[in-house]
Design a protein around this ligand. Structure first.
Ligand code: ADP
Length: 762
């Protein structure tokens, strides 16, 4: 039986299939329609054979004679009755059954016979051919259930998790089971006779629009006689609570089968599922948006290069739609400029060094030649086997061009007209050309007799004196240094000094060739800064992307397996609750991660909002501490104390919450159970001090300088979970208040974080 798509009826059948009574459904002419597993086992038939059997042919002659009139009276009265019969099994043994047969009306008005049997005894044929009686226990390994016979149908219906109600043609509720009482929030007595369509409910479609009475799935069945399955609707009860249900409705016909006389409807409460679906949808959209909005090219591929994912930037740059990329190797689309070398994003990586950087000139499918920089990260399974790669790429053509331009500029500079001067043996200018004088901001006349030291930046004087000495001893030197112009401004110069001698080879002074290299230095400086920033951002983005993909796997797997389990199997209410709890936890974890990532992203691009308002800080901290204490229960003892003159302070509540929750949750996370955590707030005249002290694992000295960088985690965290984002967020939030954060820590003893916020921030 297919449980996966089970509707109410199929679910009922599945229940029946597991009963130990022998249950069968047959047509009036004896044609078998269905039988449960116990029936098949007792009679020795395969479930697939059942439909080819006729019940009359299974009866022993004597039983058949009694069964015919019994049936006629049942049908005439459309009722049910008890009978004992003897049947032949497939192996030609006889089995005596006792049970109840009842007439049931089908959708099309025809009748079928539902029978529930309990074996009394059976006779088996021995080798000799003799037939002898054998007690039942010997042939049946199953314990028969306590009499399911009585009101089997009602008993089963009553115990279903689904709410079941039956309505007459006028819409009045005739019967309901216990689950219906629960979902409707009324007792069976109160429900009986109520008009279903006059219940004080407001019902809505999935898109939130109202369901009119005539559109209601049950009304449709009552009007048309057609069944409705799995219609989803929301019910606002008078209390304002919204419950989502999935509704099935089956029409009921009178015994003649020609007149619609009511409907049976089942409801399943799917509120929790709907809520989880909605949260999941939001998170999924958010995660996709992050990856899709990146200007970087993001892709994932198998070790052989086969692409499994690409974001829209990737598709756009290649000019190829996603469907055409997936399933093909990236090597088909990214061609190296020189044909010999292949672009390999999979250069040997190990779990310890999973990242590989590559900068390459590529030919894009449209023929354009670009420089691309790729950071690819290998993903390993538990056995350390590389299973996939994730790569983040960016176009660095502009930077490459700038570098090339810089090189050209240097060449051009070296050909430019240079300043030339002649100095005497004491280092005073004797001759100066125009170019030389103008570089230093003097007129040539002003420079004559001047000591060369005056044109050098004091910080570089020592360096130039050394060069001067070297020139005297070896005849020539070349160096770069900072110079000072007449107006005191700074410039960068390249200096070549060549010693001059008289005919007796006595030192008479030197020639100095001067070049202003300020432009080149500035360009170099800018380039270095740009490179550093680019590297920093690239690293952050790559880390973000792989952290998101990596950290989302575990909760997504949990959600997926829990939902599959929920979908494919029948569970008790408690087991279901446990699954939903697992899903809920995983969703919360993902939501927190997303919030952290978005917050860091915002802070990086300077978009964190800062709106200070007067706040009762003590109250705020006390409440947060109490809330945290409630969450951790008696595993930790968290205390709060304030000092100084307690008065409202201007502070951004949202940012402060990030600061305190992160510090507190770290204190808990990195401390052994049973330890104490102290939160102290000190109101000082010019500033506020907020301190969180724990007695946990502590932070090694070498880790402290990196602690506030995103993704950094100290090496003593062992298996304690974390992303390394919390303290980076705290730091940004503190900085928004122009504050500072300090820490004292002793490994194995504990850690104290102190946040100081000036009272007149901004
Ligand atoms: P996460 O806790 O998610 O790793 P955080 O940014 O909050 O990230 O913290 C960064 C690192 O600082 C942690 O991984 C841990 O090594 C260290 N750390 C932070 N708070 C504490 C603390 N109270 N005790 C010990 N180590 C801490």
């Amino acid at each position: 039986m297919e449980i996966r798509t089970a509707n109410g009826l199929e679910r009922l059948r599945s229940l029946l299939d597991h009963a130990s009574d022998l249950i069968q459904i047959a047509a009036l002419d004896g044609q078998m329609i269905w039988a449960n597993a116990a029936w098949c086992q007792a009679l020795g038939y395969e479930p697939t054979e059942v439909c080819s059997l006729n019940f009359f042919h299974l009866l022993q002659i004597e039983s058949r004679d009694r069964y015919q009139p019994f049936l006629q009276s049942l049908v005439a009265n459309n009722s049910e009755g008890d009978i004992e019969l003897t049947l032949k099994t497939q192996r030609n043994a006889a089995i005596a059954l006792k049970g109840r047969v009842s007439c049931q009306m089908r959708e099309d008005g025809s009748l079928e016979l539902w029978s529930i049997w309990q074996p009394i005894s059976c006779q088996v044929e021995r080798n000799s051919g003799n037939v002898c009686d054998q007690p039942l226990a010997e042939i049946s390994s199953r314990e028969p259930l306590p009499c399911l016979c009585g009101d089997l149908y009602q008993a089963v219906v009553a115990s279903l998790q689904e709410a079941i109600i039956s309505l007459n043609q006028a819409g009045q509720i005739c019967t309901c089971n216990q689950s219906a009482e629960r979902i409707l929030g009324l007792s069976a007595k109160q429900i009986h006779g109520l008009n279903f369509f006059e219940l004080p409910w407001h019902t809505i479609h999935e898109d939130g629009s109202q369901i009119l009475v005539e559109q209601h799935p049950i009304a449709v069945t009552l009007r048309t006689g057609q069944s409705v399955s799995n219609a989803v609707m929301g019910i606002y009860k008078p209390s304002g609570v919204l419950t989502w249900v999935s509704v099935n409705a089956q029409p009921l016909f009178n015994p003649g089968g020609n007149q619609l006389c009511g409907t049976v409807a089942s409801f399943t409460d799917i509120t929790t599922r709907k809520q989880l679906e909605a949260t999941l949808q939001r998170n999924e959209t958010c995660y996709r948006a992050i990856v899709e909005d990146l200007t970087e090219l993001v892709c994932r591929f198998l070790p052989d290069g086969t692409l499994t994912f690409a974001n829209s930037a990737y598709c756009q740059v290649l000019g190829i739609p996603l469907e055409e990329l997936i399933g093909h190797s990236y090597k088909m689309f990214l061609l190296a400029l020189d044909k010999e070398t292949e672009i390999s994003l999979t250069t040997i990586t190990t779990p310890a060094r999973p990242v590989n950087w590559l900068e390459h000139q590529v030919i894009l499918p449209n023929g354009a030649v670009r420089w691309q920089q790729w950071c690819s990260r290998a993903i390993f399974d538990d056995q350390g086997e590389c299973i996939e790669f994730q790569a983040v790429g960016r176009d660095v053509t502009d930077r490459r061009q700038a570098e090339a331009e810089l090189r050209e500029m240097s060449t051009a500079l070296s050909n430019a007209v240079e300043g030339i001067s002649r100095l005497d043996a004491e280092g005073r200018y004797v001759k100066v050309n125009r170019a030389y004088a103008s570089i230093t901001g003097y007129s040539p006349e002003e420079m004559i007799g001047m000591d060369w030291h005056r044109t050098v930046h004091p910080d570089d004087l020592e360096k130039l004196i050394a060069a001067y000495q070297q020139m005297i001893s070896v005849g020539k030197t070349e160096t770069e240094a900072r110079g000072i112009r007449k107006d005191g401004t700074l410039f960068h110069k390249q200096v070549v000094m060549v010693a001059a001698y008289d005919q007796q080879r006595c030192f008479t002074g030197h020639h100095c060739f001067l070049k202003d290299i300020s432009d080149r230095k500035r360009a170099e400086q800018k380039m270095l800064q740009a490179l550093a920033k680019e590297k920093e951002l690239n690293e952050l983005r790559s880390c973000l992307v792989s952290m998101i993909s990596h950290e989302f796997r575990t909760p997504l797997t949990t959600i997926q397996s829990a939902t599959e389990l929920l979908e494919y199997y029948e569970w008790s209410q408690a087991e279901k609750q446990e699954r939903f709890h697992q899903i809920h936890e995983a969703v919360m974890h993902m939501t927190q991660l997303l919030e952290d990532v978005l917050l860091i992203g915002k802070a990086e691009v300077g978009k964190l909002e800062y709106s200070p308002k007067p706040l009762d800080l003590s109250l705020f901290c006390r409440k947060l501490v109490t809330d945290t204490q409630m969450i951790v229960g008696d595993r930790y003892q968290i205390t709060f104390r304030d000092q100084g003159v307690v008065e409202p302070v201007e502070i951004d509540q949202k940012l402060l919450r990030h600061i305190l929750t992160n510090l507190l949750s770290n204190a808990v996370k990195y401390s052994p159970t049973g330890s104490k955590i102290e939160v102290k707030l000190n109101y000082q005249r010019h500033c506020l001090n907020l301190q969180v002290r724990d007695k946990g694992i502590g932070i090694p000295a070498e880790a402290r300088q990196h602690l506030f960088e995103a993704f950094y985690r100290a090496n003593n965290v062992s298996t304690i979970q974390g992303t390394g984002l919390g303290l980076a967020i705290v730091k940004k939030c503190v900085e928004m208040h122009q504050g500072t954060i300090e820490l004292e820590s002793q490994v194995g003893e504990g850690t104290t974080f102190t946040v100081t916020i000036p009272r007149s921030a901004r």
